[in-house]
Design a protein around this ligand. Structure first.
Ligand SMILES: Nc1nc2c(ncn2[C@@H]2O[C@H](COP(=O)(O)OP(=O)(O)OP(=O)(O)O)[C@@H](O)[C@H]2O)c(=O)[nH]1
Ligand SMILES: [Mg+2]
Length: 559
């Protein structure tokens, strides 16, 4: 890309120079010139109006410039040739070009002979007459343009901040561009000595004002390209070339990178958990802000490090908990067409527990009370099992799944649907209580606070509350508000049991890990009922086991 830009600039600049000065052939292509040269073999030059100047220059050179002009012939003199030959040259020299940005005066990097010089199609050494040299005078003057441009840039402020109003950035980048080209020229000229330098000074001096006008006219396109290129990849260039350049160019904005934690199973971006501070603008990144990321990563890494016990692992496998393929469910003998297929018994295994379970949970679920204040609670006549947890964790859905009566309890994917304590009766044997969720919900703050206070009051003061099923999202784990409620229940000695929900959203191993993690974290708690239950209201996995556990409460009900 840089090569293309440069080549284009050179070509267009040279064309414009030719056109402006009415040199013979006007905007004649270099290839054309070269053909003429080769054909005429010294007779040419008729097409160039600037011949007199060329002769004058020849005088300065004193014949020593022949070789140099031949070089120009193979390089700047022939644009078609340059396009064809220099493509190889520049590709091979690209590294050198980059180096040249750092070491402006070091010709060592250009010590290798350029392929263009070795090009057999160019005129051989020693056969180049002074007259031929005249024909290529425009190239030499163009070279001088480059030189004068470079001097202009090195003198810098006078021009870049001059009356013409050119910005220094553009000027310098343009000048640097020419500098590259000029450097190539100087490689060829290295051995030609002071005579060439004098000549160049002379010609450049005579055309300096023209060059400046050229610069102004040529400004827009190449300069913009160069600046963009440099900001993207070559920022180092500015360090040495000019301080003011780097000052004026805005620092490159880094792209916002999406960082994935390799240990995270939730497919969640690390940035999601942190506020907008993480936008990766270089100077905005400060150590403090990377801390939450690291914490997040370490949490996930810790989670991956959990080794579930073999009993939990086998429980997860036996109950087909976790994300399962439909074919696995079918192969296990379940009818995948039914809702909550894993809640169906694939073959007849009626045990005593099953019978108790049926007698309670297969009854009709009846809604009989709703309370928004504690005084509205119905009198505790039958054992109660309450379902608590953060909003949207699946409390209402679990009630439906347990009773296999879809639609009795309203559910929604929008957190905050249940806003009152709802009481349901199962055949006058058991009362199931659907509690409002806590945490984020689509409701006014004061409303949320009021129902959360109500939940706290219910779990800590309700008489006849046999168990609180504290539902925890398997993917997200326990939240601080969960621990708050646990503390409260510990203090009030309310028995509670953890139920992992939505297990179908994570891999079986992660279901086991989550269960293990929670079991470990609550090891010292006294009111917790073991084990941690795992369910999916969607697939029905673990629902029968939960029925069995909760059904035990019914057994001890006195008639
Ligand atoms: N994949 C999956 N989605 C579930 C499961 N259980 C519930 N959901 C979905 O989760 C969403 C919330 O379910 P709800 O039962 O309304 O949750 P809630 O805890 O009662 O919510 P609030 O009443 O707002 O506190 C619904 O869209 C359900 O379809 C489950 O086991 N697996
Ligand atoms: Mg609900």
């Amino acid at each position: 890309m840089p090569f293309r830009v440069r080549l284009k600039v050179q070509t267009s600049t040279a064309s414009q120079l030719f056109a402006q000065r009415n040199w013979g052939g006007g905007g004649m292509a270099g290839g054309k010139m070269r053909n003429r040269r080769e054909d005429a073999n010294g007779k040419g030059g008729t097409g160039f109006a600037g011949r007199k100047k060329g002769e004058k220059r020849e005088d300065h050179k004193g014949g020593g410039g022949n070789t140099e002009q031949k070089r120009w012939q193979s390089r700047a003199g022939s644009y078609a040739d340059a396009k064809r030959g220099a493509s190889g040259v520049d590709k091979r020299k690209r590294k050198g070009d980059h180096d040249s940005w750092h070491d402006g005066d070091n010709d060592a990097s250009f010590s290798k002979p350029r392929p263009a010089r070795r090009n057999p199609s160019t005129v051989t050494r020693g056969k180049f007459s002074a007259r031929e040299g005249d024909r290529f005078k425009p190239r030499s003057s163009e070279e001088d343009d480059f030189r004068s441009m470079r001097r202009s840039s090195s003198k810098a402020s006078g021009i870049s901040r001059g009356d013409k109003g050119r910005s220094m950035i553009c000027m310098n980048s343009q000048a640097s561009k020419w500098k590259k080209f000029d450097k190539d020229v100087r490689v060829n000229r290295r051995n030609d000595g002071a005579a060439n330098a004098d000549l160049n000074e002379h010609v450049a001096g005579s055309r300096k004002s023209d060059d400046l006008s050229q610069i102004t006219e040529e400004k827009p396109r190449p300069q913009t390209t160069r600046v963009l290129d440099k900001t993207g990849k070559k920022l180092r260039v500015f360090k040495k070339d000019s301080v003011s350049d780097s000052e004026e160019i805005a620092p490159p904005k880094k792209r916002k990178r999406m960082k994935l934690d390799p240990y995270d199973t939730s497919n969640k971006r690390i940035e999601d958990s942190t506020p907008k501070q993480d936008v990766c603008i270089a100077e905005k990144i400060i150590p403090e802000k990377s801390t939450p990321e690291e914490t997040e990563m370490s949490i996930n890494a810790k989670f991956r490090d959990i080794q579930p016990s073999s009993s939990i692992l086998s429980y997860v496998e036996d109950n087909l908990l976790g994300r399962r393929r439909l074919i696995d469910i079918k192969n296990a003998g379940y009818n995948a067409k039914l809702s909550a297929p894993l809640d169906n018994v694939p073959f007849s295994t009626r045990t005593e527990r099953d019978r108790i379970e049926d007698s309670v949970f297969r009854n009709k679920l009846d809604f009989f009370a709703a309370a928004k204040i504690s005084s509205s609670f119905p009198p505790p006549t039958i054992p109660e099992i309450a379902f608590a947890g953060v909003s949207n964790v699946g409390k209402s859905s679990l009630l439906n799944a347990l009773t296999r009566q879809w639609g009795i309890v309203r559910t929604s994917d929008k957190p905050g649907l249940t806003q009152s304590i709802n009481f349901f009766r199962l055949a006058s044997k058991l009362c199931l209580v659907d509690l409002p969720g806590y945490g984020f919900a689509y409701a006014k703050e004061e409303v949320k606070e009021s129902w959360q206070e109500l939940v706290k009051e219910y779990v800590s003061t309700r008489v006849g509350l046999d168990r609180v099923c504290l539902l925890v999202h398997t993917k997200r784990g326990m939240k601080p508000l969960d621990y708050e409620l646990i503390d409260l229940m510990e203090r009030s000695k309310t028995p509670y049991q953890i139920v992992l929900t939505k297990t179908d959203l994570v891999f079986p191993i992660d279901v086991a890990r989550r269960a293990m993690e929670i079991q470990e974290s609550l090891r010292k708690n006294k009111s917790v009922v073991k084990p941690v239950m795992m369910v999916s209201s969607k697939t029905g996995a673990g629902i029968r086991n939960l029925r069995g556990v909760l059904g035990k409460l019914v057994r001890f009900v006195k008639p």
